[in-house]
Design a protein around this ligand. Structure first.
Ligand code: KG4
Ligand code: ZN
Length: 337
């Protein structure tokens, strides 16, 4: 039987400590995620210092569980892939130091992985036939990028947010209307019982050329609306605000993505990052692609938000090209693509 490369992935860039074992870049043998949400929830958002401390407590156990679930030992692993940026520096350093120690002790190659390349690779796992080139909308808590994925190595950014990321806007609006952290899933849930046309919030950048985004004005429009209503003594319908805000975000993201697909002649479009778990976003983008005969792909829900299977998959494509990182690899909180 042919021996396919097996990669151990490690992810600790934000508030999930994760480890996974992936064979041949696409077959997930284990995918273990220790979420810190219950702790950060108390503070209404991720507290970097607490995140680092939680990672250091969880990281060993998560890796051992990933190996155990995959029914493997370090001897079965061909390389160790780890997120080295972008992200919270203290959080990144925990996973990176762990991976370096393991690579040194086991004499396996170390593969530093860009977190967004990981999010994009989640599509390779969910859809085994999915291959570059494709246009990818990457929407997470820290990033909103339209990226042309030329091949497994070359990416170019067509546009990005000038201020807040889409996920950040979800989180801030959720906090403002009293839904708490993490905002994205809570806004989606509240929106299911709300009217998306109840309040007309702005659609930033839609009348502009190019593929950039901006979400801080939309967030301010929601805050202004809440203040105005409070001053007039009106009770705010949380569900209507959530639905109207979500509709604005989805319209901007989908319109810009379809414009880029048209202008660059993309025949395939993918979605990636935590906000790609948003059902109206997935459905609207899927429908718009279908209307135009464009193939569409998005990761299964568990692979949308941070996980290590996507890091192992992206690591596999670097390994396949003979790449290897040095043991002097540092963490880069603002790493660019
Ligand atoms: O990719 P991710 O797990 O972490 C980063 O790399 O930032 O993304 C987290 C973001 C958060 O802002 C969260 O609110 C958002 O993804 N998110 C969602 C949904 N699930 C997670 N946003 C909208 N709808 C969702 N269902
Ligand atoms: Zn992420």
């Amino acid at each position: 039987m042919e021996k396919y490369p097996v990669i151990l992935g490690i992810e600790s860039s934000c508030d999930e400590t994760a480890a996974a074992v992936v064979r041949n870049g696409r077959e997930v043998l284990s995918n273990v995620i220790a979420s810190q949400v219950p702790i950060h929830k108390i503070y209404g958002g991720v507290v970097p210092e607490i995140a680092s401390r939680q990672h250091i407590e969880a990281v060993d156990g998560v890796i051992l569980e990933a190996l155990k679930t995959a029914n493997m030992t370090f001897d079965d692993i061909d390389a160790i892939a780890v997120t080295y940026g972008p992200g919270l520096v203290g959080a990144l350093l925990v996973g990176l130091s762990e991976a370096k120690g393991l690579a040194y002790a086991t004499h396996k190659p170390l593969l530093g992985v860009h977190h967004l390349k990981g999010h994009i690779a989640a599509n390779y796992i969910t859809n085994p036939d999915w291959e570059p080139p494709f246009l990818c909308l990457v929407v997470s808590g820290g990033h909103t990028h339209l990226i042309m994925v030329d091949d497994y190595k070359n990416y170019h950014i067509l546009g990005k947010t000038r201020d807040d990321a889409a996920g950040e806007a979800f989180d801030k609006v959720a906090r403002a209307i009293g839904l708490g952290y993490p905002g994205g899933p809570k806004i989606q849930k509240a929106a299911e019982s709300g009217n998306p046309e109840a309040i007309h919030f702005p659609r930033p950048c839609l009348d502009e050329e190019g593929y950039n985004f901006s979400f801080s004005g939309l967030k301010s429009a929601v805050l202004n609306y809440l203040n105005q209503e409070a001053m007039m003594g009106h009770e705010v319908n949380q569900n209507d605000v959530a639905a109207s805000f979500q509709a604005a975000v989805v319209e901007v993201l989908v319109t810009k993505t379809m414009e880029a697909a048209r202008d660059f002649g993309a025949r395939r479009v993918a979605l990636a990052g935590g906000v790609s778990a948003n059902k109206p976003l997935r459905e609207t983008l899927a429908n718009e692609c279908k209307k135009r005969g464009i193939d569409f792909c998005c990761p299964e829900f568990i692979l949308c938000t941070d996980n290590a299977a996507m890091i192992a998959s992206a690591g596999y494509y670097a390994y396949d090209k003979g790449e290897e990182s040095g043991l002097d690899l540092n963490a880069f909180p603002n790493l660019t693509l």
